[in-house]
Write a protein that binds this ligand. Sequence first.
Ligand SMILES: *Cc1c(COP(=O)(O)O)cnc(C)c1O
Length: 353
Amino acid sequence: MATSTLTIDLDAIAANWRALDRMSDPTTQTAAVVKADAYGLGAKRVVRALAEAGARRFFVAVAEEGAAVRQALGPGPQINVLSGHMAGDTEMIHDLDLTPMLNSVDQITRHLESLPGHPFGIQLDTGMNRLGLEAEEWEALASLMLDANPELVMSHLACSDEPGHPMNEAQLAEFHAMTDGIGVPRSFAATGGILLGPEYHFELTRPGVGLYGGRPFVDARPVVGLSLPVIQIREVAPGEIVGYSCGWVAEQPSLIATVAAGYADGLTRRYSNAALLWDGETPCPIVGRVSMDLITVDVSHLRDVPRSLDLLGMMQGVDDLADVAGTIGYEVLTSLGHRYARRYVSATTRGQM
Ligand SMILES: *Cc1c(COP(=O)(O)O)cnc(C)c1O
């Protein structure tokens, strides 16, 4: 393989969506969160695969992302914008039939004045203190808002990846207090909320990271493979160094492979002297500093040095890598760079982009 290759398994994404869909009652709709270019994996291909699997509603962070999704899907599927109706977005929201989730009094005013009759949803803040109307605002505005026929009322959990966390039940109680009896479809659960159980599901769930193989959906099918070609191999004698700042010193005669990717490709310098690459099922430690375009790997123990080594694959998922860097799978995914050859794999379509 001549170039660093990111393989994205569209069948696995579809299977993960179906698995998360099966966890809730058949009357609960399962949407798909595809913000940040489908968590870095390419919204165009991902939303088509999800639509084929049965997804009918998609969530994006900002209106521009909604444009890409609308382009890929055509008319029909609903596209919700989590950041709501921001200044300057009115035309896009109208022309591309996006559904903003209104977060504030400002946004409500903007939407109802500029696009009366255009679909919208409402986001409520049940304790996360990030986005959405707070209880007092909602109390003052609810009857006015409900008269304008919102199509969805949602809120977001702050700690859903920790099942025992008291915040989950507190937010659930607050969501009930704010919304019971309103007669509008409600959404509360992202991936973590789906796993918390049926009382968190309401009429619509909106998983993101679980679709892409990340925690907390530990039963997810892995989605991403990342294979880095070996550019050069060299022998290093005891006492010799490898890489910037003499980041590693050989203690014994060693064989070092230099592979083609670095922090410019989203592979953080925190992997220096810490993360593993894999030759099949054999781990090979990164030695020395990760540089902008190159990583050096100790392959002394391999009988034959392969043409490429895997950073992501069956032996190491996005969360394993995240653990090494002290971050989360979400960040590993959304950091994946733009220099990789992206190969989308599925039973029906095989393509390069
Ligand atoms: C990102 C996001 C989601 C999806 O969360 P995951 O943890 O990736 O499943 C759902 N809802 C909101 C409001 C979000 O910001």
